[in-house]
Design a protein around this ligand. Structure first.
Ligand SMILES: Nc1nc2c(c(=O)[nH]1)N[C@H]1C(S)=C(S)[C@@H](COP(=O)(O)OP(=O)(O)OC[C@H]3O[C@@H](n4cnc5c(=O)[nH]c(N)nc54)[C@H](O)[C@@H]3O)O[C@H]1N2
Ligand SMILES: Nc1nc2c(c(=O)[nH]1)N[C@H]1C(S)=C(S)[C@@H](COP(=O)(O)OP(=O)(O)OC[C@H]3O[C@@H](n4cnc5c(=O)[nH]c(N)nc54)[C@H](O)[C@@H]3O)O[C@H]1N2
Ligand code: SF4
Ligand SMILES: [Mo]
Length: 758
């Protein structure tokens, strides 16, 4: 676009805010909230305005580069793609397919082209050594969904616009704008809740920005959530408050939950959690007796030592108090692209522990091993050792525990390639970096976050700017590499049928597939979904996807949407193009028992793997706090993981990468505000300025993640000038929740000293 107004969805975080971008003579003039967007209703945060900084950043790579003794040298696209395919194939030929590891970072989930093209790419790569940000993030939620409801993507979402009580545990939506709860304008929505007489209760080791707008707040000792939640379950049974409501007939093993909670009376756990027994009982009562209420937990409850059990118990409490599947409680979404239904039809609801990692024997989840084991899989010799590596839109050196060990591992690889806009702390070790087009040069549709949204909406954004002829989208890069890898695997040549399939796929790109998904989804026309593509072409493309992929099923099925008969119909890519601010599909709606995907059609309240893990929780009751402080993370509204720090607009002002500590602890340790302190943990130590604040629970310290841009050789000078240090240089990668393999990012023990001391 040269001049005009463009409507779009901001792709930076999970909130999916609608934005309006005005362009004058090819330059962005303004970025504002779109009041017509049915989900965000005009809200945006400061990061949206920085989209222009990313787009215009002269340090963003525009051409492939190769690392040489004389620094990074530009490469032409074909040369770069050939080289990468050749080198990956060489590692594969010499050491087997599992010798190439692959890590998928968070931005993939915000990019429908990458999501679609990752499928044939990972199939062509053929490695079982796959990793992603999931195991540093929402894995315990996906596991609980799978265990209780039979599908990893069946997330119960708080119906925030109709709720009267939200208990927010280990989440900070005022900074994050919600996670596994896409909730743009959280503050407005909470004001509305409070306006109708409702309450927000926050429980967190830090008095967060969300706590600041809450009606009530409790400090909780990091890692003790499962104890508190068990005590709430105990209270429900103890005081006769269990009342699951209309879902009662589908509940299984309620008595096992009652039995499991017996040893965890509030009076047993209060000293360990830091919350008085009377307060725990009161919370359980309030949840039980408020008809429209929800308990919600996020990073603080999932990425910690008992994250698996804690996340299970959040589901259990919502279920036992009759909050599941009712308006004003927690409900499953009905997005326009129904990945839940599709996955289930294809037999891909999720799995845990089908294989175990080579070195530590940690379980896979959904075909991925825990990110915490990535470095040792590279460093430990033997069959299956990772010697080649693909990093797609990720920065695990800053985002995964023990970043320094990972760096050491990356430096020893035979070959590494990264697909990224920037030279970051991870891919500075790559041999080749392939930069995709800017996000404003591609189309956008949220395949994933519509599954997690507090309201059902649908919106497609076409590209704002035309991509340069000498550039490639993420999906193009992935398809080009996949095609080349397949050719090499077959001795350089593919059959005509496959060649045609690849050509067709590259020509079509992701949007016709999106169109197909929309048309065949719950709001689509129904009937002959795929025929719009032309059947022969479709078959060729589908052959390139992994076997049993849901899209195959879709091809064979006509109306997917029979059970959605009451919903409005007519969605397709072209109908969405007629509605640039998006289409409102209405509030969340009850959907049980139809939406259960367990084998027996019931909700498993007490899956065995959680019951087994309770012994470890019980041991915690006997634990006494040892030496040291507990380290937790934090997020800030003007940042997003590790990669928005090259925008001056977002990093200017007071340094944000500080060690927050309670005044009492600071005094005991002789720490002064603004002075550097040495923080030492299982992986190593960092030096960081001290920020003394009553907002931290005594015994707890906090460092935000995503900083540590002092490493030499990255291509982001603004970030380097605001380097900070990385919490993941302190956190040990030997600490995972054994139940699921999720990294323990919150609650590890550290020691803190003034900088002069050893
Ligand atoms: N200690 C601690 N560690 C954490 C967390 C924590 O709370 N505490 N949080 C964890 C969580 S929740 C997450 S999600 C992870 C994130 O961890 P990662 O996904 O590993 O890292 P990001 O910081 O998101 O880096 C994303 C990279 O992708 C690039 N990128 C951005 N957009 C695109 C794109 O469209 N295409 C391509 N190809 N590249 C792109 C960016 O330039 C950047 O280099 O961090 C985790 N790490
Ligand atoms: N501005 C901004 N927004 C973001 C991101 C970002 O980096 N910046 N990242 C995006 C991503 S990838 C994600 S996954 C989401 C995450 O979204 P949230 O989960 O809402 O974000 P966090 O700030 O990590 O919130 C975790 C909270 O848990 C608390 N906590 C730590 N340990 C414990 C514990 O043991 N128990 C309890 N109860 N609480 C604990 C922390 O103090 C913190 O307040 O945010 C997304 N949105
Ligand atoms: S909250 Fe901010 S970063 Fe997230 S989608 Fe909205 S505008 Fe973008
Ligand atoms: Mo995340």
């Amino acid at each position: 676009m040269d001049t005009g107004t463009h409507h779009r969805t901001c792709h930076l975080c999970e909130a999916m805010c609608g934005i309006t971008i005005t362009v004058r003579e090819g330059q962005i003039d303004s970025i504002q909230g779109d009041p017509q967007d049915p989900l965000s209703r005009g809200y945006i945060c400061p990061k949206a305005v920085a989209l222009q900084d990313l787009h215009n950043d002269p340090e963003r790579l525009r051409q492939p580069v190769r690392r040489t003794a004389d620094g990074w040298q530009p490469l032409a696209w074909d040369e770069a793609l050939d080289l990468v395919a050749e080198q990956l194939d060489r590692v594969r030929q010499a050491h087997g397919r599992d010798a190439v590891g692959a890590y998928l970072g968070n931005p993939n989930v915000h990019n429908h082209g990458a999501l679609v093209a990752n499928l044939p790419f990972l199939k062509a790569l053929g490695t079982r050594n796959r990793f992603s940000a999931t195991s540093n993030d929402q894995l315990p939620h996906m596991l609980a969904n799978l265990e209780l409801f039979g599908h990893q993507l069946l997330f119960p979402i708080p119906d925030i616009d109709r709720i009267d009580l939200l208990i927010c545990l280990g989440a900070n939506p005022m900074a994050s704008n919600g996670s596994l709860m896409s909730v743009p304008g959280f503050r407005h929505r909470i004001k509305a809740l409070q306006g109708r007489g409702g309450e927000l209760v926050v429980i967190d080791p830090r008095r967060t920005e969300t706590a600041a707008v809450a009606d009530r707040f409790h400090f909780i000792r990091p890692g003790s959530d499962a104890l508190m939640l068990m005590a709430m379950v105990h209270t429900l049974f103890d005081e006769g408050l269990v009342n699951p409501g209309h879902i009662e007939p589908w509940l299984k093993d309620r008595d096992l939950v009652e039995l499991a909670a017996l040893p965890f009376a509030p009076e047993q756990v209060d000293a360990h959690t830091g919350i008085a027994a009377a307060d725990i009982r009161a919370l359980a009562r309030q949840l039980a007796t408020t008809p429209r209420a929800a308990l919600y937990g996020r990073m603080g409850t999932s990425t910690q030592a008992h994250g698996g059990v804690a996340t299970w118990l959040i589901h259990v409490l919502n279920i036992l108090t009759g909050k599941l599947d009712v308006p004003g409680g927690v409900m499953f979404t009905q997005p326009a692209v129904d990945l839940v239904g599709l996955g289930a039809m294809a037999g891909q609801a999720g799995h845990l522990g089908r294989r175990h990692s080579r070195v530590q024997g940690l379980p896979e989840f959904g075909g991925e091993f825990p990110a915490s084991t990535m470095a040792e899989e590279m460093l430990t010799p033997g069959d299956g050792q990772i010697r080649g590596f693909v990093c797609l839109a990720g920065n695990p050196v800053l985002s995964s525990p023990n970043g320094q060990r990972l760096e050491q591992a990356l430096a020893g690889l035979d070959f590494m390639v990264s697909v990224d806009h920037y030279i970051n702390e991870t891919n500075r070790h790559a041999d080749v970096i392939l930069p995709p087009t800017s996000a404003l040069e591609r189309s956008h549709y949220d395949l994933i976050f519509n599954l997690l949204s507090v309201r059902n909406t649908s919106k497609f954004s076409p590209p704002l700017f035309e991509a340069d002829a000498n550039s490639r989208h993420d999906w193009q890069i992935l398809l080009e590499l996949a095609h080349r890898l397949e050719q090499r695997r077959h001795g350089g040549r593919l059959g005509w049928r496959q060649e045609l399939g690849w050509r067709a796929f590259k020509q079509l790109g992701p949007d016709p597939i999106l169109d197909l998904l929309l048309r065949s989804g719950p709001y689509g026309h129904g009937g002959g979904p795929l025929r719009s593509l032309g059947q022969p072409l479709t078959d060729l493309v589908l052959d390139l996807l992994p076997e049993r992929h849901p899209l195959h099923t879709l091809a064979e099925l006509s109306p997917l949407n029979r059970r959605w008969q009451a919903l409005p119909k007519g969605l397709s890519l072209s109908s969405l193009q007629q509605a640039p601010s998006g289409v409102d599909l209405g509030p969340l709606q009850p959907s049980l028992p139809e939406r259960l995907f367990t084998r027996d059609g019931r909700i498993n309240l007490a899956p065995r793997r959680y019951l087994k893990d309770l012994e470890r929780l019980h041991d915690r009751l006997r634990d006494h706090p040892g030496e040291g402080l507990q380290l937790i993370g934090r997020r800030h509204l003007r940042s997003n993981n590790s990669w928005l720090h090259n925008s001056h607009r977002l990093v200017k002002g007071k340094a944000r990468c500080t060690l927050q500590i309670h005044p009492g602890d600071a005094a005991d340790l002789g720490l002064e505000p603004g002075q550097p302190a040495r923080v030492r943990g299982r992986a190593g130590e960092v030096v960081i300025p001290v920020e003394i604040t009553e907002d931290l629970m005594p015994g707890v310290v906090s460092i935000p993640h995503g900083w540590g841009h002092h490493r030499p050789g990255t291509g982001q000078s603004v970030a380097a000038a605001h380097a900070g240090c990385s919490i993941n240089d302190v956190l040990g990668d030997d600490q995972v929740d054994p139940l699921s393999g999720t990294s323990v990012l919150n609650g590890q023990t550290v020691t803190v000293h003034p900088c002069g001391e050893p």
